[in-house]
Design a protein around this ligand. Structure first.
Ligand SMILES: [Zn+2]
Length: 81
């Protein structure tokens, strides 16, 4: 079983991720972290780029400063015409 460390939320809802975990995951200052709730637990993971619309991770490009996949970009092009 994974080692459990008790941390207290501060008044702004922040916690400090233990240094050993940050080192293991190569999380440095300003690393983007994905945060989600699942089955009553909070899951933190290294941010991975995904499509703004479908969440896909294949064939991403940038559109208006956002990540979008080629399939969704093609769908948008249909709407524009
Ligand atoms: Zn997409």
């Amino acid at each position: 079983m994974a080692k459990v460390t008790v941390r207290h939320l501060d008044e702004l809802g922040r916690i400090v991720i233990p240094q050993a975990i940050r080192t293991n995951l190569a999380w440095k200052n300003r690393t983007q972290i994905d945060v989600c709730e699942q089955d009553g637990k909070v899951i933190l993971s290294t941010h991975s780029k995904s499509c703004l619309f479908c969440g896909g991770t294949e064939g991403l490009c940038q559109f208006a400063g956002k990540d979008i996949c080629q399939d969704c970009l093609n769908e948008l092009k249909k709407i524009e015409s």
